[in-house]
Write a protein that binds this ligand. Structure first.
Ligand SMILES: Cc1ncc(COP(=O)(O)O)c(C=O)c1O
Length: 455
């Protein structure tokens, strides 16, 4: 086949079957079924190789925030490839500088120094390393290296980020992971891991952070990392006093607070950033997905002056941040980021996320089914947790049937996997932030059809 000739769907399937190894996919099942080829997309709609159209209520993988098919991003990328396709970020380039300036303007508080990488995992690797080097330079004589995170949290696939990840089934095959990572209970009120009820619990899950810091010794703890709303681990938004209290604990013990906004950033939750829901400013914030809406890969780690200043010194005293990323600050990826954020800000998409998200939650909550155990989330980041007659997570065969019916109704949704031992019965909705109430109705209709398959 000529290099620029378009392959047919069956040609793609056969090339793929011969040579491609897919993530989280049991390839023996691909002997019996096609993996599915995606061909083109526009707005919130995506078309597969057989010409079937779906409403993508998962926005790719939580990331196509501005929707598919934005010419503005394509044009910016194409122009940048022609002008300057690449140069290492040991020198400056215009798109990376412009994007950093835009981010500094919209990020919470005084977050304003931007270190680039290529993905959410790498942004978190960067944050973890930044926190460790910061702690060594800020507290000479102490050995602060431990990172505390939560069970059910997801921070990425690379070793450091995976070590911070609290999804045990996802980690087990690769253990032992990096040392120095400790996990505490997540604020999963629907199935509280400490078996308490909010607010009588007195925020026991936040107090666990302080207990762990005291037990381990504050002079050994560098940072706490948390998603403002846990994403793949169940869409878990904490009670409103959770993060303000966590900020206090961090300040009391000189521990950095890192927010992983890889999913929650750029309008997903109905605010520009998840942190804005509680007016809490972390010391370090990581981002990826929505920064380019997935058009090109880009990871961002932003720091406050408190962190950045600890890396300043004389040219030869070795205080500079000891990390280089070949594709960090990639001019083409940053050009996509600039065009993407221009769209996000011009169309104020976080407002649509808040409005349509509230409508969608309302409609889902009104679904008349004993199997809807909980509907939760913020903005267009919503979980529908299904239960059996006893309130336990719905079994896998029933989830499979419900999922197949939702897809057959023309809607793609996410689904929890590899987070908890035992059945996982949560569907995820994270559509492009441009969807309308009519789109929301279509999503609810598909979920209704899914629920109808559950006995
Ligand atoms: C909260 C969070 N952090 C980090 C990551 C890792 O991002 P990436 O897959 O781009 O490495 C993800 C990916 O889904 C995520 O949801």
């Amino acid at each position: 086949m000529a290099p620029n000739e378009r392959a047919t769907t069956s040609q793609v399937v056969s090339m793929d079957r011969e040579h491609v190894w897919h993530p989280m996919t049991q390839h023996t099942t691909l002997q019996r079924r096609d993996i599915g080829v995606m061909r083109e997309a526009k707005g919130a709609m995506i078309t597969d190789g057989d010409g079937r159209e779906y409403l993508d209520a998962y926005a790719g993988l939580w990331n196509v925030n501005v929707g598919y098919g934005r010419d503005e991003i394509a044009d910016a990328v194409s122009e940048q490839i022609r002008t300057l396709p690449y140069y290492p970020h040991t020198r400056a380039n215009e798109p990376a500088a412009r994007l950093a300036e835009m981010l500094a303007e919209i990020l919470p508080g005084d977050l304003q120094y931007i270190f680039y990488s290529n993905s959410g995992s790498e942004a978190n690797e960067t944050a973890i390393k930044m926190a460790r080097q910061y702690a060594r330079q800020q507290y000479p004589g102490e050995n602060r290296y431990k990172i505390i995170s939560r069970y059910q949290a997801y921070h990425g696939f690379t070793y450091g980020a995976m070590s911070a990840t609290g999804q045990v089934p996802r980690r087990r095959k690769f253990e032992p992971l990096a040392p120095g990572f400790i996990h505490v209970s997540p604020p999963y009120c629907f199935r509280c891991p400490i078996k308490l009820t909010y607010p009588e619990c007195g925020l026991a899950c936040v107090e666990e952070f302080e207990e762990v810091i005291q037990r381990e010794g504050p002079d050994t703890v560098a940072a706490i990392i948390a998603e403002p709303i846990i994403g793949g681990g169940g869409i878990i938004a904490p009670p409103d006093d959770y993060f303000p209290r966590l900020r206090e604990i961090c300040d009391e013990y000189g521990v950095l607070l890192i927010f992983d906004e890889v999913i929650t950033g750029f309008g997903r939750t109905g605010e520009l950033f998840g942190a804005n829901h509680w007016d809490v400013v972390p010391d370090i914030m990581t981002m990826a997905k929505g920064v380019t809406s997935g058009y090109l890969p880009l990871g961002v780690c932003a720091a406050t002056p408190r962190v950045y200043d600890a890396f300043l010194g004389d040219a030869d005293d070795g205080r500079e941040f000891a990390q280089v990323v070949t594709y960090g600050g990639h001019p083409v990826c940053c050009a996509a980021g600039v065009a993407n954020i221009e769209i996000l800000m011009r169309e104020r998409l976080w407002e649509n996320s808040a409005k349509v998200g509230a409508y969608l939650q309302e409609q889902l909550t009104a679904l008349d089914s004993p199997h809807v155990g909980d509907v939760r989330g913020k903005g267009l980041m919503i979980a529908v947790e299904l239960v059996d007659d006893d309130g336990a997570p719905l079994d896998k065969p029933s989830m499979d049937k419900a999922h197949a019916a939702i897809v057959a109704a023309g809607v793609l949704v996410g689904r929890m996997s590899h987070v908890l031992p035992g059945p996982e019965s949560i569907f995820y909705l994270s559509p492009p932030l441009i969807i309308t109430e009519a789109d929301a109705d279509r999503i609810v209709g598909a979920i209704r059809q899914g629920l109808a398959t559950v006995a």
